[in-house]
Design a protein around this ligand. Sequence first.
Ligand code: 13P
Length: 320
Amino acid sequence: MKTTEITEEILELKKKREAVILCHNYQRGELQDIADFVGDSLGLTQQAAKTDAKTIVFCGVHFMAETAAIMNPGKLVLIPDKEAGCSLAAMISGESLRRWKAEHPGAVVVSYINCTAEVKAESDYICTSTNALKIVDAIPADREILFAPDQFLGTFIQQATGRRMHLWPGYCHAHNRIDTEHIRGLKQEHPKAEFVMHPECGCLTSCMPLADKVLSTEGIIKHCRDSKAPEFIVGTEVGILHRLHRENPQKAFYPASEEAFCEFMKLNTLEKLLWSLQDLEHKVVVPEEIAKRARRAIERMLEISSPGAYVQPSEKRPVD
Ligand code: 13P
């Protein structure tokens, strides 16, 4: 079947199923192009929370579709490939979080949205890379904080707020492939380029001093659109380059690492999206007992957060 035929069928079935297609910034370009909304984890959660559509087809990884299901009890939530998981979310289970909490009675648990529904249910607050600083800032200074599962986002928050937290040692395998020496080389090759990076980068401590901005994926999109710089070195998963090129054809973008590629994100394809709408598969269901508790932590985040950038590296306060 030709791409144009697949696209036509998807659009037709989308109407029939009264469906909305939500898509993360790291998805394949052809999925981004057909989606109703493309964005970061916060934007996608906000869209999922307010949609009137009967069916949500989530082109992203499993925890994102689960978040949409948590926010929409009773709605049909589909993911085109059920194997599209997240290596970072897999680094902490509900059981291990319960054990960690037992070691720190009374601590406040802040979990990055890249975690399972069960982990969300065990958390007091969810945060994304857009609002993590605001969420942590909203917690009274005398409260102990457990932050899971991304140690690099956790380190970034500590540096930006001066707030001590216990960090779970998780990381994103794709962002872990970004390397400071390579960035130094790219900066020498492209001296006019701004360097924008995601706080999941494994080289965070050594590459942050080189960064012009530390931002969520949507923050990177917005900054590159608004900045007068003609060139950018982009420190995040390479799927974001599709939108950057499409929205800024006159600007140049260099990936901080070609290897910052998430195989799981790329499991969803245009064909699988079509099959998903045809067969109403693969359903993402979260038991209501877990969803109820997880929803509370997500709603707390939505109340506190509004779009915006991080405190920038130059403004950061030391941890001690
Ligand atoms: P954001 O799109 O929220 O910046 O997060 C990226 C990510 O971790 C996707 O797994």
